[in-house]
Design a protein around this ligand. Structure first.
Ligand code: ADE
Length: 264
């Protein structure tokens, strides 16, 4: 997989391309990653890449000519790779989109800065605009890193078998159970004993159930489609326990709201 990033800050990518999972994939030759400086394509003595917006207003706009020239150079290097603009106005990035992009023959990622990029560049040169979430970054660079990280993990051989399993478990659409390691007792807080029981089936059951509970509490939207039979049985069991608990209680404070005011 080839990544070509067009940015005004190529230096931001030197650590990203040389460390961690991506750094190893680059060293192994599974990923080629390069950041090109858009300013190299800017004209004039000052190599200006931005200008004031037509119509007035605050902030600066990235000029179309350096962007377009940088894309031309990128297309010479990667002729069939889609041009992806990182923009808060783009399609929301997701694991599903990461899978789609991982199937592409490389990616040309364009990082905007300032108020945005000239619209004529977007219309002429951009195949897909991608947002990494509903918040505004100072530039597309951290967004491009998010996209490359998630895509690289899906390139065959980039992850070892252990880590691949982690990716698969997220792709089931459920949050994962919590993770624990030594010490057993951390400042009086014990790791769940079932994990030390050596009972593989019980460990698996605990992981499935606590993952489902986390998903229910933290991301109920993820449960809106595709419940398995086992998950339905688990949810029914929990709701029956909750209903039983409620039925067995007398409501605390019930008298004070319906009865007479307490004497002062
Ligand atoms: N540039 C600025 N904010 C962004 C976002 N949320 N996603 C992608 N690119 C961006």
């Amino acid at each position: 997989m080839d990544f070509l990033v067009l940015t005004l800050f190529p230096g931001m990518f030197s650590g990203f391309f040389s460390l961690g999972v991506l750094g190893q994939a680059v060293a192994d030759g599974r990923i080629n990653a390069l950041a090109l400086d858009i300013r190299d394509h800017a004209l004039g003595r000052h190599k200006t890449a931005d200008d004031r917006p037509f119509g007035g207003g605050s902030g600066m706009v990235m000029k179309p000519e350096p962007l377009s020239a940088a894309v031309r150079e990128a297309r010479e290097r990667l002729p069939v790779a889609p041009v992806v603009l990182l923009s808060p106005q783009g399609r929301r990035f997701s694991q599903e989109m990461a899978r789609e992009l991982a199937a592409a023959p490389g990616l040309i990622l364009v990082c905007g800065r300032y108020e945005g990029v000239d619209e004529r560049f977007v219309e002429k040169d951009v195949d897909l605009a991608v947002s990494v979430g509903d918040y505004i970054l100072s530039g597309g660079e951290p967004a491009a890193m998010i996209v490359m990280d998630a895509v690289a993990r899906l390139v065959p051989g980039v992850l070892g078998n252990d880590e691949s399993a982690l990716t698969e478990s997220f792709e089931t659409g459920r949050l994962e159970h919590g993770h624990y390691t030594r010490p057993r007792d951390f400042e009086g807080d014990e790791a769940p004993p079932v994990l030390m029981s050596g009972h593989h089936l019980m460990v698996e059951k605990w992981r499935r159930e606590t993952g489902l509970l986390r998903t229910l509490v933290r991301r109920p939207d993820m449960l809106e489609t595709g419940l398995t039979k086992e998950e339905i049985a688990q949810l029914v069991a929990w709701s029956e326990r909750i209903a039983g608990l409620i039925a067995s209680q007398t409501v605390r404070g019930a008298h004070s709201s319906s009865g007479p005011e307490p004497e002062r």
